[in-house]
Design a protein around this ligand. Structure first.
Ligand code: NDP
Length: 455
């Protein structure tokens, strides 16, 4: 065999796995045909966060007046922002490649395809490997409606030639909510069209309600319970017609309606690797596919599509196979954030999920953060704890508010360790912060779940 391990895909999962495996002494090859660092670094988390931060400066400039500053907010320069973003992304992708090189992996800037259980075609070259990792990620999808090609997806959003004046965004998941905030903060009119009554299905209900309120306060027009019917071009403009006939005229229609595993033309059938009906590679808890020497990780497996999960999986697999340290990653209590304005962060169970398992004590606090008592911005925070009534373990912590992702990262450690409400209560707060609210929530808001009668 040419390699002990061949990794297909140079994104978060693949790069980490290849780098650590090579560090353990394995002969590693890795192929990437688009960009090193994958979705997260190039057209996902990293540039997205830079765009979110660009929007925040505008809000801060406005809010400064309440604190005595007179800052005149000029027009925003979209080109300058994208150029700065591209410079930073170029630097990061370079680092990814260098790390692999430094670890001793053999790098192929090429597309790889399985030709058999141990054989690959890598940019026209035949390569053999003892073990293979599929880490090809996913790609955004459009809905199957007439004129869908007239809309863009998140891949395109990072390279728009100019900031659109009006954007209609379809969907209300992570990407829809984040980009609605970005475009609105940079000065565009935004319509958010989604089929649920509230955005972010699957998140805690109180958070979803607070988010809908925050989106409205940011001037985003919400269209809940709506489905798109078709898109038509009127010159450079787009008309999005919704089922029922309502039409939205915009410069841009943006599909943020989910992602699909990138498994087409990978040769999975030839290698005997099974996929589910949506095309994602099926893996067991050790990331093994239906062929025990072929592994898959990250978004291509479509379980928890988050970068830190992918990197953790890549690291764990490399340690397991070549480091003499077999381990697997738990997908319980994975914290996550949506970089809306203000952001959302959450760890553990939503109230509805927890209550389905048994009675829970629920603590909710809704308040105007100190900054906005003076800035005058209509922006409220929400903090919430969901506590198992019997054991008093904190099952879920949820926040919408400035710095929520920074705050929840720390709380996630406590929750992963099994902290109880009493542990939270005996922790002294840091004053004055918003975060201290999590350790001073004393009055139960309600009891939820099966044994409500217990109250
Ligand atoms: P999501 O799965 O989060 O959301 C998809 C959205 O599209 C939902 O609102 C969904 O509605 C809607 N939708 C799907 N199919 C249809 C349909 N046929 N008709 C109408 N609406 C439809 O996908 P995203 O594209 O936003 O993001 C993909 C994943 O990437 C996320 O789930 C997350 O794992 C990851 N991600 C993480 C980020 C982070 O960590 N901050 C940022 C961005 C992405 P419904 O709810 O009704 O199904």
């Amino acid at each position: 065999m040419d390699f002990d391990l061949f990794v297909i895909g140079g994104g978060s999962a693949g790069v980490r796995c290849a780098r650590i495996a090579a560090g353990h002494g394995a002969r590693v090859g890795i192929a990437e045909d688009r960009f090193w660092g994958g979705t997260c670094v190039n057209i996902g988390c990293v540039p997205k966060k830079l765009l979110v931060q660009a929007g925040e400066y505008g809000a801060w400039a406005e809010d400064a007046a309440g604190f005595g500053w007179s800052i005149r907010k000029g027009p925003h320069d979209w080109h300058a922002l994208l150029a700065a973003k591209d410079r930073e992304i170029g630097r990061l992708t370079g680092i990814y490649r260098k790390l692999l090189d430094g670890a001793g992996a053999t790098i192929f800037d090429a597309r790889a395809r399985l030709e058999g259980p141990h054989t690959l075609d890598v940019g026209g070259k035949r390569v053999t490997a003892e073990r293979i990792v599929i880490a090809t990620g996913g790609h955004p999808t459009r809905l199957d409606i007439p004129g869908a090609d007239l809309g863009i997806v998140s891949d395109d959003a990072f390279f728009l030639p100019k900031l659109p004046k009006r954007v209609a965004i379809l969907g209300s998941g992570y990407i829809a909510v984040e980009f609605a905030g970005i475009f609105a903060a940079l000065g565009a009119e935004v319509d958010l069209v989604y089929r649920q009554p509230l955005p972010l299905r699957g998140f805690d209900h109180d958070l979803r309600e607070a988010l809908a309120e925050a989106l409205g306060a940011n001037g985003i027009a919400l269209h809940p319970g709506c489905l798109p019917e078709r898109i038509e071009a009127h010159g450079a403009r787009r008309r999005l017609t919704l089922v029922g006939g309502h039409a939205i005229d915009a410069d841009l229609v943006f599909f943020a309606t989910g992602r699909r595993a990138a498994t087409a033309n990978l040769g999975l059938e030839e290698a005997g690797v099974a996929t589910n009906p949506s095309g994602a590679v099926i893996v067991d808890e050790h990331l093994r596919t239906s062929r025990p020497h072929i592994f898959a990780m990250g978004d291509v497996t479509d379980r928890l599509n988050l970068t830190p999960v992918a990197t953790a999986e890549g690291h764990a697999l490399a340690d397991s196979l070549f480091g003499g340290h077999p381990r697997r990653i738990s997908l319980d209590n994975v914290p996550t954030a949506v970089f809306s304005s203000p952001p959302i962060a959450t760890v553990g169970l939503a109230e509805e999920q927890a209550a389905a398992r048994g009675p829970v004590d629920v603590y909710v606090s809704r308040f105007t953060p100190m900054r906005h008592t003076i800035s005058g911005r209509a922006r409220k925070s929400l903090m919430k704890l969901v506590v198992d009534q019997a054991s008093q373990r904190v099952l879920g912590a949820h926040m919408l508010g400035e710095d929520a992702p920074e705050i929840l990262q720390g709380l996630a450690i406590a929750i992963v360790m099994g902290a109880t409400k009493a542990d939270f209560d005996r922790t002294i707060g840091i004053h004055p912060t918003a975060a201290e609210e999590f350790v001073t929530l004393r009055t139960r808001t309600r009891v939820s779940g099966a044994a409500k009668a217990a109250e």
